[in-house]
Design a protein around this ligand. Structure first.
Ligand code: 5GP
Ligand code: ZN
Length: 137
């Protein structure tokens, strides 16, 4: 628990939210400013800022939970398509520094722009790619 974190306060029920799901590890709620109807946020209860701060245990469980919640949301809201988005850091659009997964239903084309393909060539060198590969060996 980080006493300055709004999502920790929500998990702790100090701040109200529209609860969707809760267990020992996770908390899911409706986004206060939904991108589309039914937009849900899943938060691990342990405070971690970004993916690399999150424990492997929670990181490995969260997508399984996302799948379960999406199945229920689909039945209620009647969508088939959706985005799962997760922003890490300010440059990536993260505004709340408590790791969270966005589950965003999609109902029609063009209702939401998440990103556009980069103009030009943001390429890495072969050396860069090899350096990353080597760190993963
Ligand atoms: P981020 O930009 O960090 O990826 O996403 C933060 C999300 O949290 C935004 O979609 C924003 O609408 C949502 N949010 C911010 N404050 C609150 C809040 O107090 N309650 C709820 N339910 N959602 C919030
Ligand atoms: Zn927190």
């Amino acid at each position: 628990m980080d006493s300055n974190c709004i999502f920790c306060k929500i998990i702790n029920k100090e701040i109200p939210s529209k609860l969707i799901y809760e267990d020992n590890d996770f908390f899911a709620m409706l986004d206060i400013a939904p991108a589309t109807k039914g937009h849900v946020l899943i938060l691990p209860k342990e405070h971690a800022s970004t993916l690399t701060d999150l424990s492997d245990d929670k990181a490995s469980k969260i997508l399984v939970l996302a799948k379960k919640i999406i199945v229920a949301m689909k039945k209620v809201h009647g969508f088939t398509d959706y985005n799962i988005v997760q922003n890490n850091g300010e440059l990536a659009g993260q505004t709340v520094s408590h790791y969270h997964l966005h589950l965003i239903p999609r109902y029609s084309k063009g209702e939401l722009g998440l990103w556009t393909p980069h103009e030009g060539d943001p390429s890495v060198t072969d050396e860069n790619a090899e350096a990353v590969r080597n760190l993963l060996k």
